[in-house]
Design a binder for this molecule. Sequence first.
Ligand SMILES: Nc1ncnc2c1ncn2[C@@H]1O[C@H](COP(=O)(O)OP(=O)(O)O)[C@@H](O)[C@H]1O
Ligand SMILES: [Mg+2]
Length: 320
Amino acid sequence: MRYAIQAQGLAKHYGETRALDGVDLEVPQGRLLGVLGPNGAGKTTAVRILATLLRPDGGRAQVGGFDVVKQAHQVRSLIGLTGQYAAVDETLTGVENLVMIGRLLDMTRADARRRAAELLERFDLTDAGGRATKTYSGGMRRRLDLAASLIGRPQVLFLDEPTTGLDPRSRTELWGVVRGLQSDGVTVLLTTQYLEEADQLADDIVVFDHGKVIAAGTSDELKATTGGQVLEVRPAETAHLDLVARVVGDILDLAPTVSGGMVRAGVRDPAVVPAIVRRLDDLGVIAAELSLRKSSLDEVFLALTGHAAEEKAQPAEVAA
Ligand SMILES: Nc1ncnc2c1ncn2[C@@H]1O[C@H](COP(=O)(O)OP(=O)(O)O)[C@@H](O)[C@H]1O
Ligand SMILES: [Mg+2]
């Protein structure tokens, strides 16, 4: 089987809201697909349908070759799911949480204990394993939650905004854990509002906006489709800013942006850069900084959607 996850024309409506409006997806086995989109884009709806928790109104999806509606039971035996809000029992210890899940999955007590110890070790929770999880930090809870979703050795894992609300350090730690999963050959679908996260972890990225896939590709492909590179020029004298903006604008035939003492413009053909340098030189303008870099995913998202990607997470998302 080539694809671990496939979806064709997935749709889900809530009254007037088109939470999903005809989504196609394909995730090859062992790869990590990043589903990137702002709040309300339809990410959780897609995950819940693929994880058999919600029926689509239209379209079809298969996980591990099984239909998520007609063969939900087989799908469930293959998958693990970690949501945006950690689902551990606060009053139990880390070990007890994991063993309980193992027992629910029909493991013997000894097997469940062994698996729990193995996962706690892997996620750096061995010392905390005997403590009630209500004493855990946010980052520890997310790691325990991820460990819980791995007890049954899923082939396909859904991570719905696993790092939303985490501090930067806990986020980096979780990224390390997610990278480790890929070396196990687990297929992962990870949703995120963070462009950097998709850039760091995903083999392939699809961008969701208003229930639709508005772009797809590798991070580099996405960067290349929307202007490719960004030219930045900082004149040594701020009095020259307007002049630099005019030169850059003339040669690239577009209006650059000017902010923080820097002139910025998207460049499709880097061959024009020497012409800009020569012209500035002729005019006696000295550039304190002049660089050409790949556009960031932020810039890509803005170019694709006309609005920024990172919106504040809503305080509560109701899980039915
Ligand atoms: N149970 C529901 N009832 C009504 N509207 C919903 C429900 N679930 C999601 N929606 C709406 O569908 C859209 C997509 O939501 P969601 O899939 O949660 O997006 P995301 O996970 O990308 O933030 C949003 O407009 C949301 O308000
Ligand atoms: Mg969501």
